[in-house]
Design a binder for this molecule. Structure first.
Ligand code: MOS
Length: 691
């Protein structure tokens, strides 16, 4: 070991698998060459609610290389899973349009698709209900919201405080259904060896979790399921747990007696893999004339499906963002005849902070106060609801330093003041927060005779740079160069890792890797394994958050209502930044999705059909490079010793929190128009633009 080795952590090491990816050598799930593979195509329900009485196979397709047509009438019986979405082809019940109701397996992709198209479904359809509304008679308060927060919290006397407050804001914001659209769709190749060994090449965020879940439905222990997920083309939460495609591929392979490949077509991604629930929010703020908040009330209405209760934590961030003696948050849910919403990047925080941060902007306008100053005046000394001190909170630093770098000082806080040619120009700010978490993981390190090491952990790299940053962490712990470290991930047979989710991957896996490296060093042996379970248990969960401030400058065309984002800037306090190159990419990736949330993305529901009509990338608009003229992220170096040995917080999700609100607030500042129903489209601005 040498003390002169340059430190790898903190350096902008390029993605280790980058060359393999750009040359096409890196294999994604559906690309593994498997001899004799057959192809599966999912038949999806054409109705949102009813019972499937029978599936009639077109006799002509029998000749067509078709190996199996499975439905609940003939599919193998599965062990009841924890996640009812994995109980595929087990029941005649149809709970949403797009639900998998049959599976065709054929020798060729074309034959599978064709047979699926001509399969006849006999269905007793029933009336359905697909409309979320605040007065829905079946709204209820769930026991907890994701992952296990109380659904309702209350402190002080909110109503009395509102009645007494000299200034109040009482506004409703809504966010639409949003759909996870990773570049790589969900895909699986399933290969059985005998009856009790299953290999899955599967695109997911958690190989050990997928092994356990898919093994579970087939009555196999996780050790008998080998999940390989070497490269994953994005997930954003939709691949955080096993999806129906993995079970269907395994079932098809079992029945057909050959390996089976199933890649979801893009259109199926809008119903089969979760989406972000729409939200209907009401935010009430009460304040003194100097801007001191006396009351905060944030209520959210959201949806889930008939078969699974997913209760999103929309108003949880409001519990710890600003000080106020009287406060209330709540969630109500209705189960509709629609697909199940699940995790999508910053589930809860992303839509919830639209409501809170836009309402704060409205209050600042009401008071004639700089929106940054309003936030400064309501900075809590500890977590307002739990009373737990923050392990570190540099939110105000983000606001102030972000303002300086963005150029905020000379801003006229009144709206509709700046016009250049046909453009109204405005700027907006919004706060960001996301929990800093860690989850139990185990890593193994082995030293080779040449001094190089192999680090092994069953983590997944979604394109975030996980493999790269784990290399950096191990290199520094062992005094090696990154080239002397080989990181093996993406394989469920490696030591158990937590999910690549909750912005917790690097904190969780990096901790295990650090522990294993230290053990290797201290023991002098050639192999060491380290499990963080006990250490993570001792962590106080509360009071640990990442913070940020988002700044946007927009131009709105006075004649057409077209919105252009001329500048989008994020300033973060996210613990120690381990790799500035991959971190910046995570931040601006999140901000880009936030821009999509503000301006482009919307699942447009056809209530009569019970589905989103724009279920492809031609009509579901996601932002592209041309949609922003300048985008950047910076951060302060934050020292926080209460987190993990690296001192890192999560960076994967905070970029999408608050960035939509900054853009919406900027649109108001440019035009004087408050758009409270996302996304901001020109048809919502045009009637109010005047001349
Ligand atoms: Mo993220 S929605 O926690 O994968």
């Amino acid at each position: 070991m040498t003390t002169t080795t340059p430190r790898a952590v903190g350096s902008p090491l390029a993605r280790i698998e980058g060359p393999a990816k750009v040359t096409g050598a890196a294999k994604y799930a559906a690309e593994y060459p498997v001899t004799g593979v057959a192809y599966a195509w999912v038949v999806q329900s054409p109705v949102p609610r009813g019972t499937l009485t029978s599936v009639v196979v077109d006799p002509l397709t029998e000749a067509d290389d078709v190996l199996a047509v499975l439905w609940h009438g003939n599919a193998p019986k599965l062990v009841q899973p924890d996640d009812p979405e994995l109980a595929v082809l087990q029941s005649d019940r149809i709970s949403y349009r797009g639900q998998a109701v049959a599976l065709v397996v054929a020798r060729t992709f074309e034959a599978a698709r064709r047979a699926a198209q001509v399969v006849r479904l006999e269905i007793d359809a029933e009336p359905h209900d697909a409309i979320l509304r605040v007065d829905h008679p079946e709204l209820y308060t769930p026991e907890t919201v994701n992952p296990d927060f109380p659904a309702v919290t209350e402190a002080g006397d909110v109503e009395a405080a509102f009645a007494a407050a000299p200034v109040t804001v009482d506004v409703r914001y809504s966010t639409p259904a949003l759909h996870n659209n990773p570049m790589e769709p969900h895909a699986t190749i399933a290969v059985w060896t005998g009856d009790d060994e299953l290999t899955l090449y599967d695109s997911n965020q958690h190989p050990p979790g997928v092994a356990q879940a898919v093994g579970g439905v087939f009555g196999l222990p996780a050790e008998q399921v080998h999940v390989i997920s070497e490269h994953v083309g994005g997930g954003f939460g939709s691949k955080g747990t096993a999806r129906a495609n993995a079970v269907l591929a395994a079932m098809g392979a079992k029945v057909a007696g050959v390996p089976v490949k199933l890649a979801l077509p893009r259109q199926a991604m809008f119903s089969m893999v979760g989406y972000r629930t729409p939200t209907l929010q009401r935010i009430r703020l009460g304040a003194e004339r100097d801007g001191t908040l006396t009351a905060i009330d944030h209520q959210a209405v959201e949806q889930s499906s008939r078969i699974y209760e997913y209760a999103e934590q929309t108003t949880v961030a409001t519990r710890h963002m600003y000080a106020a003696p009287n406060r209330r948050t709540g969630h109500r849910l209705v189960r509709l005849d629609l697909p199940t919403p699940r995790w999508m990047r910053a589930p809860g925080e992303a839509p919830g902070m639209v409501g809170l941060e836009c309402a704060m902007d409205e209050l600042a306008a009401e008071l004639g106060l700089d929106p940054i100053e309003l936030r400064v005046r309501n900075e809590p000394k500890a977590e307002p609801e739990s009373g737990v001190p923050f392990s570190s909170r540099h939110y105000l630093t983000c606001l102030r330093e972000g303002a300086r770098r963005f150029g905020w000082a000379d801003r006229d806080h009144r709206p509709r003041r700046r016009r250049e040619g046909s453009w109204w120009i405005g700027t907006g700010v919004a706060g960001a927060t996301y929990p800093a978490m860690a989850m139990p993981s185990t890593a193994r390190v082995r030293r080779a005779p040449d001094g190089s090491v192999e680090v092994a952990i069953a983590a997944a790299d979604l394109g975030t740079g996980a493999r790269t940053v784990l290399t950096q962490i191990a290199a520094d712990e062992l005094g090696l160069l990154p080239e002397q470290v080989r990181v093996r991930i993406g394989d469920s047979t490696l030591p158990k890792a937590s999910v690549a989710g909750g912005s917790s991957g690097t904190a969780s896996w990096g901790w295990a890797v650090t522990g294993a490296c230290r053990e290797l060093r201290n023991s002098g042996r050639d192999e060491a394994t380290f499990d963080t379970t006990e250490l993570v248990k001792q962590l106080e969960a509360e009071g640990k958050h990442t913070y940020g401030a988002h700044f946007a400058e927009v131009r709105v065309d006075a004649d057409t209502g077209e919105v252009r984002v001329s500048r989008l800037f994020g300033m973060y306090a996210a613990g120690r930044i381990l790799n500035p190159r991959t971190a910046r990419s995570q931040f601006i990736g999140g901000m880009t999705m936030g821009m999509g949330m503000a301006l482009h993305e919307e699942g447009v529901l056809d209530p009569a059909m019970g589905e989103w009509v724009n279920h492809d990338l031609g009509e579901y608009h996601v932002p592209v490079h041309a949609d922003v003229e300048w985008i950047d992220a910076e951060w302060i170096d934050e020292q926080d010793d209460e987190l993990n040995p690296m001192g890192s917080k999560g960076i994967g999700e905070i970029g999408i929190v608050g960035s939509p609100a900054a853009i919406i607030n900027a649109v108001w500042h440019a035009t004087g128009i408050r758009v409270r129903d996302l996304p901001v489209r020109l048809d919502k601005l045009l009637p109010h633009l005047g001349d």
